[in-house]
Design a protein around this ligand. Structure first.
Ligand code: HEM
Ligand code: HEM
Length: 181
């Protein structure tokens, strides 16, 4: 039977991805720009490593959603339920696309992605291909698309909580699992 609230695993993954995306934004804006002629700096390496962790977490989160089902929507008008579901699916997709474009960006700059200075990951994409460079160049624009959607998502969560006074935000917050069925 589907529950009314998010499981501790779903909540933990949601807030962990949120925190790591915030760290990525700070790293992305602070780190030196990518140059084809220079190796990645320490901050670039942190950025790429954390990006790969986000990819793993969002994949687990999505699989978890398929296996465990997301909770039943809070009662409300149909347009709200459909918009919320569409936004959530788009958020998953955008995080994937963002990580993919970041990967392409690294490959286009001839950078090897070394996971936390230990495991070298394969380039996967052809370094010299024009389409890889084009996708890589979209990375910073995709960041803004994600930020716009997250802004909408946060406004909706806060609107539900403070204006409509319903359970939507509370059921994603830590600790409140009593109404699981
Ligand atoms: C959720 C994940 C990610 C976020 C939020 C993110 C965010 C950002 C931001 C804000 C920038 C700076 C853009 C600018 O200068 O305007 C950036 C640049 C960059 N990112 Fe990411 N990124 C993510 C994942 C990745 C991944 C997985 C990789 C590679 C494996 C990557 C590789 C790069 C590279 C190489 C640059 C430098 C671009 C340049 O200076 O031309 N990113 N990222
Ligand atoms: C990088 C930032 C974020 C991403 C990528 C993200 C992504 C998601 C996704 C994919 C879901 C759907 C979960 C599912 O059912 O499968 C979700 C649900 C939710 N998120 Fe976020 N989120 C982010 C930040 C936030 C923030 C900052 C807040 C609060 C202010 C928030 C509040 C919520 C709430 C309340 C739900 C449950 C909505 C419902 O039950 O209909 N999220 N989030």
């Amino acid at each position: 039977m589907r529950s009314k609230t998010y499981s501790p695993i779903a909540k933990s993954l949601h807030w962990l991805v949120f925190a790591l995306v915030a760290v990525q934004l700070v790293l992305g804006w602070l780190m030196p720009g990518a140059r084809r002629t220079t190796p990645p700096d320490v901050l670039n390496n942190w950025h790429m490593s954390i990006g790969v962790v986000i990819l793993a977490l969002i994949a687990v989160r999505f699989l978890w959603r398929l296996i465990a089902n997301s909770p039943l929507p809070e009662p409300g008008p149909r347009w709200q339920i459909v918009t919320a579901e569409a936004t959530h699916l788009l958020l998953y997709a955008l995080v994937f696309v963002l990580v993919f474009s970041g990967w392409a960006n690294a490959v286009a700059h001839n950078w090897t992605i070394t996971l936390f200075w230990s495991v070298k990951l394969p380039a996967v994409l052809p370094a010299g291909a024009g389409w890889v460079r084009a996708i890589g160049e979209l990375h910073s624009a995709i960041v803004w698309v994600l930020l716009g959607l997250v802004g909408l998502h946060v406004a909706a969560a806060l609107g539900h909580h403070f204006i409509l006074g319903d359970n939507v935000l509370r059921r994603m917050l830590p600790g409140r699992t009593a109404d699981r069925s």
